[in-house]
Write a protein that binds this ligand. Structure first.
Ligand SMILES: [Zn+2]
Length: 97
């Protein structure tokens, strides 16, 4: 018996659609919990990404580390340019009180 599958979804398409729905539901965290420390997503090539860009399909598989940014100068997202401030600021920055 050959079942006519034209006009229907194959199991592979259904599976891919399900995985994409699950992927879209996942929101990467901007801050660590507990502590609310800003999070930086680091790629295997050393690039730093914000939570938004880290979830991009082009980058998500490159992420090797998610680190809280505790102290020091702000880190710029290498994709969108957004600045990720450190939790305690930059101790070398004289303009900050
Ligand atoms: Zn970004």
């Amino acid at each position: 018996m050959n079942e006519n599958t034209y006009g229907r979804l194959t199991e592979k398409v259904k599976r891919a659609q399900q995985l994409m729905r699950e992927f879209e539901e996942i929101q990467f965290d901007w801050h660590a919990w507990p502590g609310m420390y800003p999070l930086v997503y680091f790629c295997d090539d050393g690039d730093a990404l914000c939570a938004h860009c880290a979830k991009h399909p082009d980058f998500v598989l490159d992420i090797v580390s998610v680190d809280p940014h505790l102290e020091g100068p702000a880190i710029q997202c290498d994709h969108c340019g957004r600045w990720i401030e450190s939790a305690y600021g930059d101790p070398d920055d004289e303009t900050e009180e």
